[in-house]
Write a protein that binds this ligand. Structure first.
Ligand SMILES: NC(=O)c1ccc[n+]([C@@H]2O[C@H](COP(=O)([O-])OP(=O)(O)OC[C@H]3O[C@@H](n4cnc5c(N)ncnc54)[C@H](O)[C@@H]3O)[C@@H](O)[C@H]2O)c1
Length: 252
């Protein structure tokens, strides 16, 4: 018996990285997972690996959302789980970010999450409730230089999560945000992050499977949590652990 037997889950950006790891762990617990992405070949492969379905879904396209939700409901019944994971990063300073680039990042990372919540809310209500997990970032908790649109989008996801949780709680729908630090995925493959990891109390990169375990916990077991933040960042946002003297020595 899996923890999610009989549940139907949509995972956006499920073709690779954290979304693929989320899809794998939810399916392993018995959910019927619909992997959604714009990278069709990779998405089809993840779906085949887990016995799930694949749907092409550009999260910025409201008609695409409506069509996917209708299709999934007809194929599998009410949607009980939505992982709003799709995202992109863009490295530009606020003073020189082109409007087109700003709109691209906000469109995928923030508007895409709004469209997803809106698209599944009725289906979840019909099914008696559900869980929506929004993947924000430590960039939704603090600021980073040269990531203006990304930081704004991830703070937006954090706030949107709280409004949605308030509005949907009485319909038995929980909405939470996850705030990962640096995780080993295609998104971070070309980025030099070793300096950041060196300052963390857990001084290493995180793995997508570690985030997926938190996703599973929030979906299956966190029955008294909604609207709040779950941080998984190796201690990055706690402070710097550089230059801490060794206090494990008992002095003998
Ligand atoms: N990797 C990290 O260190 C890190 C840290 C904090 C937060 N995040 C967030 O976690 C989420 C997953 O990131 P990842 O590292 O696995 O990235 P990734 O680039 O490996 O995967 C992101 C997925 O989203 C998909 N995607 C992009 N635009 C899309 C669109 N318009 N419609 C549908 N799918 C789209 C991509 O095709 C890709 O499969 C993102 O929201 C990201 O911002 C990542």
């Amino acid at each position: 018996m899996g923890k999610l037997d009989g549940k139907v889950a949509i995972v956006t950006g499920g073709a690779q990285g954290m979304g693929a790891a989320d899809s794998i762990i939810l399916a392993a617990e018995g959910a019927k997972v619909v992997v959604c992405d714009v990278l069709d070949d990779l998405g089809v492969a993840v779906a085949a690996q887990i016995g799930g379905d694949y749907r092409h879904l550009d999260v910025t396209d409201e008609q695409n959302w409506a069509a996917v939700v209708t299709d999934v409901e007809q194929s599998h019944g009410s949607i009980g789980i939505l992982i709003n994971n799709a995202g992109v990063v863009g490295f530009t300073p606020v003073a020189t970010t082109e409007l087109e680039e700003w709109n691209r990042v906000i469109g995928i990372n923030l508007t895409g999450v709004f469209l997803g919540i809106r698209a599944v809310a009725a289906s979840m209500k019909t099914g008696g409730g559900g869980v929506i997990v929004n993947i924000s970032s430590t960039a939704g908790l603090v600021g980073y230089p040269n990531l203006a649109a990304y930081v704004a989008s991830k703070w937006g996801v954090r706030g949107l999560t709280k409004s949605a949780a308030l509005e949907l709680g009485r319909a038995n729908i929980r909405v939470v945000s996850i705030h990962p630090g640096g995780i080993r995925t295609p998104m971070t493959a070309g980025i030099e992050l070793s300096g950041m990891f060196a300052s963390q109390p857990i001084p290493r990169i995180g793995e997508p499977e570690e985030v997926a375990k938190l996703v599973l916990y929030l979906v299956a077991d966190a029955t008294y949590s909604t609207g709040t933040e779950f941080v998984i960042d190796g201690g990055l946002t706690v402070g710097s652990a550089l230059n801490i003297t060794d206090n494990t020595d008992d002095g003998e």
